[in-house]
Design a binder for this molecule. Sequence first.
Ligand code: FAD
Length: 309
Amino acid sequence: AFDVLVVGGGPAGAAAAIYAARKGIRTGVAAERFGGQVLDTLAIENFISVPETEGPKLATALEQHVRAYDVDIMNVQRATKVIPAGADGLHQVQFESGATLKTKALVLATGARWREVNVPGEQEYRGRGVAYCPHCDGPLFKGKKVAVIGGGNSGIEAAIDLAGIVEHVTVLEFDKVLRADAVLQKKLASLPNVTVHTSAQTTEITGDGQRVNGLVFKDRNDDREHKVELAGVFVQIGLVPNTDFLKDTVALSRHGEIEIDARGQTSVPGIFAAGDVTTTPYKQIVIAMGGGATAALSAFDHLIRSSVS
Ligand code: FAD
């Protein structure tokens, strides 16, 4: 059995594995895709101390750093079930491949994925005008026109944030009304460079073959189509945590995130979690890495205090 098994190989999982391995304990990482969301990212400009890098480059560096330690890396392994420890004190993780791994302490770091609008152009121009993270990509659109799809809290927060950087923001909400908190809506309404369309269904993101140049939306009141010229589209219709395999094991928030305390402890003793999959606010690489370190140190603390040997 492992002392610490990490499920997930993104920034949080990699940090957890390194921190655990440095304690000289038996450590494993099982991940569906080592590197996680970082693999899908082009420019990264907010990884502190590295002014500029690219996702695949950072993902390779993550893996190399983990490989510098005695860690069992099991890539292309999708966890399907977690069985919390019984009398033997060992948690079990079952994988799609049929394998089962046992561990004294478990760190869950399976991340999240952005909900997509599923319209023509979204995949084609992903990273070339179609963006999901205003904290990450907002500055790339300085002085340009952008749209935000989604009028919930994250959409309106993004629109307010972007309005301070870009020339103009168009907000598109499918529903008849914005669903964001009143205080955010009030702030949004006070901004001179924001236009809001409700009952607006985005039907296509258009481009010139290289980059986004606009989008098309349908006014759901009269079915008329409208075109907007833009340089970027921020999709803000939700972040889905990868917790399907955890039903009825650890406590989840109403958004499906793993509930953790300040030490990364979940509702089950010996099971810790870190990164985008948790209730930790702000889903960012540096934050996920910090969470991974916290979870691994807590796991180590748990091991030295528990009687399982
Ligand atoms: P993830 O990176 O999501 O990694 C999750 C890991 O778990 C992966 O290895 C995955 O394969 C694995 N996994 C999932 N389910 C299972 C399962 N059932 N079994 C086994 N393994 C599983 N952040 C920034 O700070 N700066 C940026 O510039 C930036 N740009 C971004 C651009 C894009 C397009 C995207 C999508 C995100 C961006 N982010 C950025 C956010 C950042 O990538 C995430 O906050 C960060 O990757 C979270 O790390 P994580 O380890 O928690 O999760």
